[in-house]
Design a binder for this molecule. Sequence first.
Ligand SMILES: Nc1nc2c(c(=O)[nH]1)N[C@H]1C(S)=C(S)[C@@H](COP(=O)(O)OP(=O)(O)OC[C@H]3O[C@@H](n4cnc5c(=O)[nH]c(N)nc54)[C@H](O)[C@@H]3O)O[C@H]1N2
Ligand SMILES: Nc1nc2c(c(=O)[nH]1)N[C@H]1C(S)=C(S)[C@@H](COP(=O)(O)OP(=O)(O)OC[C@H]3O[C@@H](n4cnc5c(=O)[nH]c(N)nc54)[C@H](O)[C@@H]3O)O[C@H]1N2
Ligand code: SF4
Ligand SMILES: [Mo]
Length: 701
Amino acid sequence: MDEVRVHTYCRVCEPSCGLIATVEDGALRALEPDRDHPMSRGFACRKGLAGVDIHHDPDRLDHPAQRTGGRLVRRTWDEAIGAVAAGLSEVHRHHGPEAIGLYLGNPASFNSMIGIAPPELFQRLGVERVFSSATQDCSNKFAASTAMFGTSALHPLPDVRHTDVLLLLGSNWRVSKGSFISMPNAYRELTDAAARGARIWFVNPRDTESAGRRTGTTIPIRPDTDVYFLAALLCEIERTRGFPGELAEHGAHLDGLRAFVRRYPPERVAPVCGLDADLIARVAREFAEAPRAAAHMSTGVNMGRQGMLAYWLMTMLVFVTGNLDARGGNIAGREVYPAARKARGDLADDIVNGEFGTMRRGHLPGTLLADYVLHATEPIRALVVLAGNPLLSLPGEAALRRALSRLDLLVSIDLYPNATGEYAHWLLPAADQFEREDVNLSTLGMQQPGTFVHWTPRVSEPRFERREEWWMFARIAQEMGLPSPLDAPDPEQVRWGRVEHMLRAGGLTRERVTAGPRGVEVGPPEPGTLFERHVQTADGRVDCRPPSFDAAIDRCAKIFDELAAEEPATIKLISRRDARMHNSWYANLPHTKRGDRNRLAVNPADAARHGITDGALVEIRSEWGHTQAEAEIDPALRPGVVSMEHGWGLQPGLRLSREHPGVNVNALMPHGPGSYEPESNMARLTGIPVKLTVRDRNPAS
Ligand SMILES: Nc1nc2c(c(=O)[nH]1)N[C@H]1C(S)=C(S)[C@@H](COP(=O)(O)OP(=O)(O)OC[C@H]3O[C@@H](n4cnc5c(=O)[nH]c(N)nc54)[C@H](O)[C@@H]3O)O[C@H]1N2
Ligand SMILES: Nc1nc2c(c(=O)[nH]1)N[C@H]1C(S)=C(S)[C@@H](COP(=O)(O)OP(=O)(O)OC[C@H]3O[C@@H](n4cnc5c(=O)[nH]c(N)nc54)[C@H](O)[C@@H]3O)O[C@H]1N2
Ligand code: SF4
Ligand SMILES: [Mo]
């Protein structure tokens, strides 16, 4: 028996942990954490290690298939590519590029070739209706950075290793492992920071697994009010210490920022945030007085109604306290290629009037996908879904079902016949991460403790007829009579040329990166480079009160009044992640899936008030939909807040999902016109008002 050990890295989420794969006679057998990896140093989570089970899952999509008469029929690659190309050509010929849409799911970000090949084909066809998971995740950050820094690609990292105070809003690192920061074993970084005396505050309606004696304290904020909390911190700092005059060297429109934050003093926002004004003032003082302080926010704040403004204010908090670009504060990640320069832009130029309302140019709001199919003057008729499961991950399940069944052509390119694939005419089996060569392009510049380029070989040949997406798109282009890298004398050279070009900008070559088993270290983030090298605004300064925020700032005042007038007993539904799931695509792994259903977590006081007992079946109603789930009593939640995970819901092609589908929380989420932040297209997926009614106190009996 021939056994080899291959060094690779995990492409499930941001940290990109080093893994060692054991390969027997060409087949992947086992994965273990790579103890000698310079960044992850032996850390890998159970999701990453379960990659081997996904590789061998008998329910994987292993052959191209066509859905006819409700059945999946196996086809050859030539038949599948030919039919998809013909379908796209026909829609394009009769209805133009508007009739074609593309949806890019989250795993596309961790697959260097997806970022290059499909967009190229769609650009050639003139397709602009591109949707992605970003508008359900983080697009508020792209909009805010464009307005503040003149580039969507600058997101200063919290320097966790050197900070004295860390403010973490809406993120549960112990479970999620972090987002917009690529830092293996983030929880360990928190315990280490606390052990050397750093003070950590978690701003979160739930006292999460990340908080506690070994790390820090939770500030139990009311959902969807972080923007006012942050404004109040700035207001308190401004009125007690002022913003130092020398900030003007690097910051424009500071007066505008002052004027804005003065409207939200701690005593005014305290009741809306559900916090004591004294606590807010104390956090402001600690942050401002600390020698070094850093902040980071993630999906819990992104998914509120004002994620763009919240990210702006969080950045301003760091800036006005002298912590932007300073060791122990928030610093620019070490770049390999000049990403910030390449992503230069001006938010004011991006705001357009679409058929369904104001929006930002770029990836369309995911919450409008169904509308573009069902109600647009020029509807989408053909949709390609690439590494995504929009039926479960997007708000509005019922409308999405109608939309997906209306399409003339739906193509799903995936590891699994997932829930979205139930509506697909064609399902194309993708190679998984171990079946493809790859480079960690998307996390470069977001890494802590340092930037590391890992170029992994393919660990094993693709099983069955699984193929890489790159090849599929190159073949589709050929069949459509378009230029294709497969027609070049050396397709591999064309394929990796762009990546090599990016690396060369950082003085690296493919030879150098692939010389050793584990890639190359580029270096730690560098304090003192942000203003000089990364900021892209016309005058080189950070815009502290961008004019493109005018409308958002008006909305901010209106939403404040609305929240202040809200019935105190209103229950708000928030997001939650579990360590064993990963969005919707770990739904078929018995030992990773948590329990057998998606529960509604309820605080004990709310449970008592509504007569909800542990395990009771509860109907949950929002303005946008309703569903039923079993209750679970969770004292970690602040009163007035319930939570549910996303990613559950029936996936008939997956055995375990058939047995234990769980309910799709997105049946309750806002969708359609008005459902997203107009400057960023970001969806609203947390802080949703809901009504609870007990349906059955003891459903098991
Ligand atoms: N209510 C609510 N909704 C949410 C969220 C929330 O917190 N609450 N979170 C949002 C967030 S942050 C995100 S990122 C989105 C995720 O939204 P999506 O990306 O649409 O959904 P996933 O469940 O991640 O589905 C990814 C699909 O890609 C497939 N896949 C995995 N690897 C590969 C690969 O290498 N190639 C191909 N072709 N396919 C692959 C998987 O099998 C799976 O079917 O969901 C969003 N939706
Ligand atoms: N195990 C696991 N890991 C994952 C994923 C997964 O599904 N499972 N998904 C991956 C993906 S795609 C992403 S984008 C990242 C996301 O990574 P994170 O952003 O860290 O995601 P969560 O762990 O859901 O943490 C969000 C936190 O926000 C809190 N929250 C909810 N509403 C509010 C609010 O209004 N205000 C504040 N301040 N907090 C709020 C919730 O209680 C929760 O603790 O995780 C990635 N890693
Ligand atoms: S933390 Fe993310 S990258 Fe690291 S092993 Fe887990 S899933 Fe993979
Ligand atoms: Mo995400």
